[in-house]
Design a protein around this ligand. Sequence first.
Ligand code: ZN
Length: 342
Amino acid sequence: MFRAHGRFGAFRERVSTAATIGHSRTFPGDKESMKSIKLLSTAGLLLMSQQSLSQFDTNWDNSEATINRISEHVYRWGGGGMGGINGLFVPTSEGIIVIDGPGSPCSPDAGQWFKDELEARYDVPVRYVVLSHDHQSHICGTMVFSDTAVSIGHKKIRPHLIREGRIAPVPTVTFEESLDIDLGGVKVVLHYFGPTHSDNLIVIHIPADGVLFAPDLGRPEGQLPNPDFRDMDVDSTIEVLGILARMDDVDIVVPGHNAPLSTQAYFRRYQEYLSTLRERVLDHMVAGRSLDEILELVSMDEFSDYTNLGQYHVPNVTSMYDYLYRYREPNSPGGMPIRVPQ
Ligand SMILES: [Zn+2]
């Protein structure tokens, strides 16, 4: 069952049409839910018994393709040939919700390993594929579920998927601000808070488990999430990071890349980093300095707890300059060099 919150009637109508696709039956309880999910493979049973001993996984080794249970209802998958990108899935008694699809090398059947794993573990199909944003590395291969699943994304994702020729299904269900998916008694809430890293990035919240999936806005502690600010609205991102830091019912933040799991404190720290970098670069631009001078002068040493700061510093300053070049008009435009993309 879908429940959408948006500004436009046409959008609500579209989603209400999709509601006939989903189940709206309430499921009696979580224990019953787990009972009805048949774990067919020995590996799956082993995984369950390990989890009952060690609770949930907060860390994993990316050198191997793995499935990790991170909370009562939510599993992470990725690693091995799929690289360091994380996808999630939520199995329920009425079907599985897949969120993103790190297929690598990217090809139409890149998600086949994952599809085979799900078919071996559960006797219900994938009902929904949620695309966090249009970037190929996060969604490649999700079309392997098109035989049973409806694809869902933000309304602005569609033109990007089509124009860039992404290897992913173009969503037939889109939304503007938020969308609830209720399946098998589990609620998954999709939120769009405005343009951030792309104009269509959403975050995925499973409130009952306190899990928030925030690809490319969250990373493990000590890692900057974005090599540069291409396809990014920096000012809106600074605002949205504040919203994410204050969201209720969030105990675990799942990053879009790497391990371990993170927390909401990550958002506040990255917000400080972005705001500080923005102010420093902007001050130098207003003072009439060139990009080369700014690259010499700007230091972000108080953020040296980010282990990739050195690697990302030059592209971060350069792309912040590019962003702010489009943000302001100098008093003496002739005194500022016209920006030529490098
Ligand atoms: Zn991305």
